[in-house]
Write a protein that binds this ligand. Structure first.
Ligand code: NAG
Ligand code: NAG
Ligand code: NAG
Ligand code: NAG
Length: 201
């Protein structure tokens, strides 16, 4: 009986030691697992923070690109409108009187150029290299300059002292390109020979 009890005690002891060891190892592996999971969660949080930051940056650059795109689109629209308003220019190669130069333009579906903005005046002044006829004259009524579309002159880009109708015989207008001024128009006799600058709309 005593021996029996002793054996049972030993057996119980063994079982308890075994369970304790098992429990210990389970606890350890549980701890490890928790740490791993914690580590993973920390990594994910870091990655999430990173990604949130990246997302913000991308949103910002997207917004600024959208803004740029809109600006460019409106610029294109504006330029297209400007271009369609101005048509395009060409210059006759031969020297002709004002009327013959005008005929040269009209034969090609154009007319002598009308310059009604400073922008256009600058543009034309920068492209022409020679003295050219423009579409302005006071042939019809002395002292009343009109454009070839019969519109009146609002703003002239005259040389100082021009138009002077020198010797009462200067009814047509030429543009003389210079580097230093936008004011480069001169009136002179319509029979003088010049190249002409045509504009086609
Ligand atoms: C998980 O990690 C954080 C930061 O490293 C730490 O402060 C926390 O004590 C950890 N938690 C556990 C349960 O390990
Ligand atoms: C966090 O991102 C890195 C790359 O940036 C990746 O290697 C790692 O696996 C990610 N961590 C988690 C937990 O997804
Ligand atoms: C300009 O007026 C003249 C008559 O003065 C006319 O013959 C001509 O057709 C008109 N031109 C335009 C473009 O209206
Ligand atoms: C205008 O400038 C060009 C080059 O810049 C030069 O060759 C030309 O002689 C200048 N013309 C006048 C009238 O000053």
């Amino acid at each position: 009986m005593t021996v029996c009890l002793g054996l049972i005690c030993v057996l119980l002891l063994v079982i308890i030691i075994f369970i304790t060891a098992k429990r210990e190892s389970l606890l350890n592996s549980y701890k490890n697992t928790v740490e791993e999971i914690n580590q993973t969660i920390n990594n994910l949080q870091d990655n999430y923070t990173d990604l949130t930051q990246k997302k913000l940056e991308l949103e910002n650059s997207f917004n600024s690109l959208s803004q740029k795109k809109m600006e460019l689109e409106s610029k294109v629209t504006e330029l297209t409108r400007e271009a369609s308003k101005q048509g395009f220019f060409f210059i006759s190669c031969e020297l002709k009187s004002w009327s013959e130069s005008r005929k040269y333009c009209r034969d090609r579906g154009a007319d002598l150029v009308i310059i009604n903005t400073e922008e256009k005046q600058r543009l034309i002044s920068s492209v022409v290299k020679d003295r050219v006829w423009i579409g302005l004259s006071d042939i019809e009524t002395e002292g009343r300059m009109i454009w070839v579309d019969n519109s009146t002159l609002n703003r002239g880009f005259w040389f100082r002292g021009e138009p002077n109708n020198y010797e009462g015989n200067e009814d047509c207008v030429e543009l003389i390109p210079t580097n230093d001024s936008v004011n480069n128009w001169n009136d002179l006799p319509c029979s003088e020979k010049r190249k002409g600058i045509c504009e086609k709309n």
